[in-house]
Design a protein around this ligand. Structure first.
Ligand SMILES: [Zn+2]
Length: 452
């Protein structure tokens, strides 16, 4: 993780992020992120009983030799969820079946360690209480809505498998609750994948940032001219599962009960563009299981319905962790998208945001092919410019899915300018072709983030 880069941000942004950080710390002085109990690992009364290959005890962290994309594709097709990349190698999670398929595909396994061995000490650390669990996200969104009733509305886009509301916060001078708006729209999505908790924090605290700075000229202009949505936790059931019993479970999928007794569908392989293609598993026990059919899951279906009802939304960001990348379609195909102007706009936007963050920009399939993701569907079906952000950190060694409390403020801060850049472009993303330089309408001073 390159922490110094973030220090180049303007002072106002730094202050805002610090204030955000302290705010969010305060905001969750209520019950803490399930970190109160001290489950002690295997055999503990609070250790959840899994009967599937989803069980942390059965999965391994596997590193493979991957000098080219062919090996990465083969690994993903075997059912490994690749998370980390270094020259010549890739690493990720595999259940027993995926590992066997990887071996059968003649992939060279560099190392494979059981998750219990690798992450045995992952009891939920008390200081990670700064992160928001489902109840805390719900409260934080309610608080934001009350703090800025003139622009904020909160509503549910649908329910998860376990009947939790999937919350959306809207910031718009149109107000209007869940009534679709007319102004240029943009959507920020977090936590399709349960264990990627930082991807909840970024859209949630981004909304907080806009509310706190709503009277600053640059921000006010955007709020008055745009229709901005945040869905910080697409997969609330999975998040709660990941925190069950006060320790992390490295849970990725939702909590659907699969026909074979395993649990969970990978929501970011369940969207209906190219569903069932490369890089998504048909084995229900795998971390990248695509589900029985496209949009079989209530969570992905809720996002679909939400976007279909709102043709004013022209851009979306789907936050994930980790590896510090900015990805754009296609993910399920090596081809370029067909519209040359749009492709150039995608590239320019990704490059500009890479400059702001230090993340690496690329077409998603350049990393490896994976089908059924949010951004392919959004572009293919609705013409929405969708970016997948793989947030901090860069590697498992620097925290992986659990980078600790210090990652929150710096990651939010780093992602404010890209978000403002995209909000600005939401009226016509092709404007990126004409003005590659980001407008960066950051507030002038103070960032009175404790304004509530
Ligand atoms: Zn993810």
């Amino acid at each position: 993780m390159p922490p110094l880069r973030s220090l180049r941000a303007p002072r106002a942004l730094r202050l805002a992020a610090i204030a955000l950080f302290s705010l969010s710390s305060r905001a969750i002085s209520e019950p803490q992120f399930d970190g109160r109990t001290n489950a002690t690992g295997p055999g503990s009364a609070q250790t959840p009983r899994h009967t599937s290959s989803q069980d942390i005890d059965e999965r391994v962290w596997v590193e493979i030799e991957a000098p080219t994309k062919a090996e990465r594709n083969a690994a993903v097709n075997a059912g490994i969820s690749l998370e980390e990349f270094s020259p010549g190698k890739a690493a990720g999670f595999a259940g027993p079946a995926a590992l066997a398929r990887a071996k059968a595909a003649n992939l060279k396994i560099v190392s494979s360690v059981s998750l219990r061995q690798r992450f045995g000490a992952l009891d939920f650390p008390a200081q990670d209480a700064v992160y928001h669990n489902y109840a805390e996200v719900s409260k934080a969104l309610e608080r934001l809505t009350k703090a800025a009733p003139a622009i904020a509305s909160l509503f549910s886009i649908g329910k998860s498998v376990k009947k939790r509301d999937i919350h959306a916060l809207r910031l718009s001078w149109e107000r209007g609750g869940d009534v679709p708006g007319k102004k240029p729209g943009i959507l920020f999505l977090g936590t399709h994948h349960a264990r990627e908790h930082l991807s909840t924090e970024v859209p949630l605290l981004m909304a907080q940032y806009l509310v706190d700075n709503r009277k600053k000229p640059g921000i006010e202009r955007l709020l008055k001219s745009r229709d901005i949505y945040f869905i910080p936790m697409v997969n609330p059931d999975g998040v709660e599962q990941d925190l069950l019993g006060g320790r992390y479970h490295l849970h990725r999928k939702n909590m659907a009960q699969n026909a074979d007794g395993t649990v969970g569908v990978d929501l970011n392989r369940n969207y209906g563009w190219g569903w069932g293609g490369a890089g998504a598993s048909d084995n229900p026990g795998d971390d990248t299981y695509r589900g029985p059919s496209a949009f079989s899951e209530p969570e992905s279906k809720a996002v679909k319905t939400f976007l279909e009802k709102r043709p004013n939304i022209k851009i979306l960001v789907s936050y994930h962790t980790y590896s510090e990348m900015i990805l754009y379609p296609w993910s399920g195909s090596d081809l370029d998208i067909e519209d040359n102007d749009a492709l150039e706009a995608f590239r320019i936007m990704a490059n500009e945001m890479a400059k702001m963050t230090g993340y690496v920009p690329m077409q998603s399939s350049a990393l490896y092919l994976s089908s059924g993701d949010t951004c392919d569907w959004a572009w293919g079906e609705l013409g929405i410019y969708g970016f997948t952000f793989e947030l901090t950190p860069k590697s498992m060694a620097s925290g992986g899915f659990y980078p600790g409390p210090e990652a929150v403020a710096s990651t939010v801060e780093k992602n404010i300018r890209p978000a403002l850049y995209l909000i600005d472009l939401a009226d016509d993303p092709l404007r990126a072709l004409k003005s590659p330089a980001p407008p960066a309408p950051a507030p002038e001073s103070g960032a009175g983030a404790n304004g509530q």
